[in-house]
Write a protein that binds this ligand. Sequence first.
Ligand SMILES: *Cc1c(COP(=O)(O)O)cnc(C)c1O
Length: 363
Amino acid sequence: MTTKPINFGAGPGKIPEDVLKEAQQEFLAYEGIEFSVTELSHRSDTYAKINETAQNDLRELLNVPSNYKIIFLHGGGQGLFAAVAMNLMGKNKIADYAVTGIWSQVAANEAKRYGQVNLVFPTPDNPGNIPEPSTWTITSNASYVYYCDNETIQGVEYPFIPDTKGVPLVADMSSNLMTRKFDISKFGVVIAAVQKNLGTAGLGIVIIREDLLGNALDICPSILNFKQVSDYNSILNTPPIFPIYLHGKVLKWVKKLGGLEAMENESKRKSQLLYSVIDSSNDFYQSTVPVNTRSRTNVTFRIKDKNEELESDFLKKAEEKKMFQLKGHSLVGGIRVSLYNAITYEDVEYLVDFMKEFQSNNA
Ligand SMILES: *Cc1c(COP(=O)(O)O)cnc(C)c1O
């Protein structure tokens, strides 16, 4: 039996094969035109349709109400970190941040360049020990409260939506958007870089409640200004056409598979299977994240009390079996399995079979 390679990478993550094949077929000549979509004018009707369709599908899939704008932005995740601060801190230059891992820390550091950043709780020793929302110190006149819904590097995911006592809530959902239902009306802004679960790098998504537009600092570049980009329907300057085109294809693929509910069910099934194998391994595989904050999309674990030799052997043997990009982030080490939507339940079964075999050979 020849095995298909499985890309368990944390980002850029796996893109559905159907999407890649379609893009390949159309690459030299896009439907209705006789040249490539990457050569297409952003002022053309054809591009207007690609842009419009992707926005509409995203709105439909996530059930985004009409008083929220969807904006496509350059600059990926970290571009969004700066954009959030520059667009929302304009009122009084105070913002609250919940730091539970590396991405929320990077976001808070970026915001400090533009105003005062208050931490709503002292950073927990174990990133998975997210303090009870009732204990958070929210600054009543803060422009917003920011948190990262899924810490991709540590593998920590929020099991609740924080109550911010009326202060607009901003969430980074780069690595778990489109994997579970959530009530967007609880948020002021949701941001996501798409290369984890929703396409290829170069594109950031902003979903913003309309009344929060128009508070940008003067220094905010036009191409990162939510109001300006939104007024141009995300075609202020040349947008990242190919990433938006591919993002649109991923959204169609999600719709075909049954939408957000289907993604949520699969995400639950896949992560439960993997965690159950970790938890029943007699501490051969060790998760350091408390059960209630374990990520469904980025499963992190160590092998036999951080035995780095065994871990690198695990990675090597996994690659021999065509499972790639399983190495944990260099800042935390260990193994990280990213279970984005394009990873199937069968892919996870194949992985856990390997994990059991590796354990029995090395226990
Ligand atoms: C990957 C990631 C980012 C950073 O994305 P870049 O596009 O590389 O800047 C930010 N936040 C989260 C949660 C991520 O997973």
